[in-house]
Each structure stands twice: as structure tokens, then as C-alpha cells.
Write a protein that binds this ligand. Sequence first.
Ligand SMILES: Cc1cc2nc3c(=O)[nH]c(=O)nc-3n(C[C@H](O)[C@H](O)[C@H](O)COP(=O)(O)OP(=O)(O)OC[C@H]3O[C@@H](n4cnc5c(N)ncnc54)[C@H](O)[C@@H]3O)c2cc1C
Ligand code: SF4
Length: 560
Amino acid sequence: MFDAIVVGSGMSGGWVAKELTEKGLKTLVIERGRHVEHGSDYKDGLQPWELENYGMVPEDEADKDYFVQKRCYAFSTANQDFWVKDSDHPYTYPADKPFLWIRGYHLGGRSIMWGRQSYRMSPMDFESNAKDGHGNDWPIRYEDLKPWYDHVEKFAGISGSKDGLPQLPDGEFLPAMAFTGTEVDFKKKLEAKWPTRKMIMGRAAHLTAVTPEQEELGRSTCQYRALCERGCSFGAYFSSLSATLPAAERTGNLTIVTDAIVHSVVYDPKTKKATGVRVIDAKTREGRTYEAKVIFLNASTIPTAQILLNSKSEAFPNGLANRSDAVGRYLMDHISLGAGGTYPGFEDRYHHGRRPNGFYIPRYRNVTEKAESFVRGFGYQGGIYRDNWRRGVNAPGVGAELKNNMRKPGPWQVRLTGFGEMLPRKENRVTIHQSNVDQWGMPIVNIDCGVGPNERAMLDQIGKDAREMLESAGATNIGVATYYGGLGLGIHEMGTAHMGKDPTKSVLNKYNQAHDVPNLFITDGSAMASGGCQNPSLTYMAMSARGAHYAAEFLKEGRI
Ligand SMILES: Cc1cc2nc3c(=O)[nH]c(=O)nc-3n(C[C@H](O)[C@H](O)[C@H](O)COP(=O)(O)OP(=O)(O)OC[C@H]3O[C@@H](n4cnc5c(N)ncnc54)[C@H](O)[C@@H]3O)c2cc1C
Ligand code: SF4
């Protein structure tokens, strides 16, 4: 019997494991995927020409086995084994509502491949449901999470600048990365024309300086190589493998089992508590059970809902902790749309190194500029880089002349991608098929999730504003995506077991504790009652540290 079980070793599970083990709890982390060794299992030491097919996964293989994952920008032969084989992991969606579910099943989860953009949600974000009536009100406010944001930022290492913006609270930052000269020019032009639109350096989970604790864990400063999605042997960006799991390991209180798929949570109707989890061995397909006093689900939003819905009993015929019927519902992602163009001037300049980060234009719609046709808002991630030889792939010309041209740097290219908040809607949901199971006997999920008029109006505005900002800076060859890539591609799924004040409408209380099962906690993206427009993982980290704190307290006090 363990004190605690944590299901999933990704971004949020790693944090729970660290916090619980540091509080002295004997903790078992159960991970469905294989073991990944930090450092030796990464291909970040290979040059482009040393990678299979220069990094490109052959089309027929991608079409056959990675037909969803290949849509992710970070998918390549440099990290192919960090993505699930879609052919092995089926799920369904209605024909008119494709949901592109981007995932990785291995130790560390998607904390290895993530884009590292790290922003706090703001007081406004925690109040939005209550104010405009969409979704259910959060049971916490920004002030409840603020100390936990401080806590996780200090440990993880987030580089960024303090900008004093109410819609994007400042934090405990390491030195910010630098703008390129062209970006400084764009910032000046943008802020001169729209004084309340700000352009800041991206806040990213990269070590631009190292604390003694980070050094002790074997982490060092970022080398500006931009090879991050392969895993970083310097441990220079935050991941479960570089930071939280090693911290948990050194306490002596951590046990990890890999290749173990959690099938369901075991519930005891007499004690009204969860007693453990049923697991299917990924290799032998044999079943076994692990027991603990407290269970954390951190399998990420969709699998967490799948596990709950699959944990049926007489007491919970519709799935564990689901008396509210909210499990699986209110699924959200961030909607996104890209724009770009050629940036004028600066032909005599080049950038130094390969900065693994861009700039950020925090939300201004419905903050300082009213939007007429939608509620909530969006922010832009962007960058301005000088084109390199790769532009030759689409350039006209042949032979020596083409090669000589490609030896010179190309023009500066500016890119803006807007990320917008999606409303929490009950009908956007994950369900499980009763009889359609995968090769391990796990019921497969159906994802029925679509955008509504608010998201469509917002996408329209993202495109219009991007064009206007690029035009006003003098960019040419401006292109704005006319086609929205689809839900899932934001890779920010959340909301399927949300926190709320009312147990008849929500799954978790203000401690991330299930209303219906006191020793069950959920601190991955499922817990989100709304999504803001900021990249959400920092919020999952803060919720995880906070949830682990309360679980340990309640255990000590004998309340669970
Ligand atoms: C390319 C890319 C770029 C991204 N960029 C950003 C960004 O810039 N900023 C940001 O905030 N977020 C970003 N994200 C999203 C971020 O990675 C996720 O929000 C985050 O990893 C979610 O954490 P999690 O713990 O919920 O899930 P994960 O990190 O996905 O971990 C879940 C773990 O649970 C395991 N698991 C699943 N089911 C079971 C089961 N039944 N039994 C046992 N184990 C199970 C999985 O194998 C996995 O290891 C990005 C993601 C990707 C892929
Ligand atoms: S850019 Fe920094 S974090 Fe990314 S792979 Fe290189 S050293 Fe690691």
C-alpha cells in the first residue's frame, strides 16, 4: 500500500510526485508508456544530416501510422518515438467535427515535446465565467493560485520580463531573452499606433540563469540551439524528466512503474473512498491492482475523463465522481490562426544563435479594446527571423545561381499566431464506447467537440487584427490563414472534470478534490473551468503543487 498514486508522469503528474514525495509521502507514479532516459534517449546531439531523412518522416509511414500526429509542427524523425502511433491508439469523432488529438505516451509525457511558453492566468480569467455566464464559476480566484505560481516558477525556471499588465500577471522570472533588432522596430511601430497593445518577450520555461537547486538537479543554461522538441540533454528547459521527477527521486519516496495502463479507479462503497487503481500491463496485457490512501489523476484531460468514465460501480453507474454528469463535458482547446509577411529593411543585420522563443502580444480585446462580436479574447505569439537557405525549397531557379543565392540570407519574415479562448460548453464532450475497445481492452473515446459563433467571430478578428498590425509595420507579401486548422491542434485540451462551487454541476472542489470521492484529486487540464487564452501548462503546474499540498494536509489531519 502506497500513501499516494499518481496516474501519469507528464507535466502535471511530475509536479504532484515532486510535492508529495518532498512531504514524505511514499508515492507511486504509474505511466502507461515506456521509460525514457533523460539525456541518452534524446537526439539533440545529432546534426540535421545525421537524422533519418533529414528529420522528415516518410509520407507513407506518416499517413499509415501517424495520420494525426503528423499535423503537429514538432513531429519529425528526431523525436518520432515521442508521439503515439495513431494506428495503435484509435479514437473517434463525428465526421463534421474532427478533433486532432496530439499526444505522447512515455515517461515525461508531453513535457518533453512542449513549446515551453509559460503564462499565468489573470484575475480576469478566473472571473470570466461568473461575469459573462458561460460555463460554471471557478471556486478559486487568482489570489488562491498566486503563491503556487510563484512556487512553480522558481523551481521550473521561467525566463521573462515584468511588464505590469493586469491581464498577464508578472511572476518570479529569470532574465528575459532578447528581441531581434527587427522585433524592436515592430514593437515601436505597434505600440505607437496602438498604445494599449503591448509586445513583450515570450515567457518561456528556459534557464537563462541557473539556481543552485537547478544545478544540483543537473540542469544548465540554455545554449540557444532550438532543438528542444527532441529533449534537451542540458536540462535547459523544464520537463518532468529534467526537473520534477529527479527532485522526487532524490527524496527516496518515489516509485515509478512504466508500461502500466491505468484502466480504472477502484472505489469502496463502504468507506466511500477510492482504494487504488486497476492496471493493464502494456506488454503482457495482464491485469493487476495498486492500492494507496490518495489517488491523483494526471493522465491529461482526455485520458483522465476516459479513466473516470470507465470506473463504473453500483455507486457510480455513470463513472466515478460523476454524480454531476460533468465528467467528459466542457472540453476546451485554444483556437488559433496564423498570419505572416516579409518585414522591410534591416538587410545588413542577422540574428545571433537560434533563440528558442518568440515574442508575445498579450490579450487586448475586451481588456482595453472592446470586441463587438465576441466575449473573452486572444493573444499572439510571434517572431521575426531572417530567412535561411531553406527558402530555396520553393524558390525558382537551378544550379550554381540558385545555390549562390541561397548562401546569402533571405529577407526578414514576420509571423503572428493568435491563440484565442474557447468557451466552456456542456455539449463539447468526451465519452467512451461501451463495446469498442483498444488492443488493451480499454474502451476507446469519442470526442465530440466543435467551435461556436463566439469562436468563429474571434477567429475572424484574429485574422483582421493580424493583417492590420502587419500592414501598419510596413510588411509586404502578407498572408492570413483563411482556414482554421481544427480543434486539438492548439494542444491545450482541458476542462473534462472541472472545478466548481456546485457539486451538482462540477466534478472538483476548490482543492482539486472530487466532490464525490474525498481521496481523489485531479490536477491536470481536466480541472480547468475556463481556459483563458494563455498557454495553460503553468496553471496545471500551479494547481498540481497546490492540490498536492492540500491532499498531504488532509491526509495528515485524517480527513481523507
Ligand atoms: C508540440 C507541443 C507544444 C506545446 N506547447 C506548449 C506551450 O508552449 N505552452 C504550454 O503551456 N503548453 C504547451 N503544450 C501542451 C502541454 O504539453 C500540455 O498542456 C501538458 O503536457 C499537459 O500536462 P499533463 O500532465 O496533463 O499531460 P501530459 O504531459 O500529456 O502527461 C500525461 C501522461 O499520462 C500518461 N497516461 C495517459 N493515460 C494513461 C493511463 N491510462 N495510465 C497511465 N498513464 C497514462 C501519458 O502517457 C503521459 O505520460 C504543448 C504540447 C505539445 C505536444
Ligand atoms: S535551445 Fe536551450 S533548451 Fe532548447 S535544446 Fe538547446 S539548450 Fe536545450
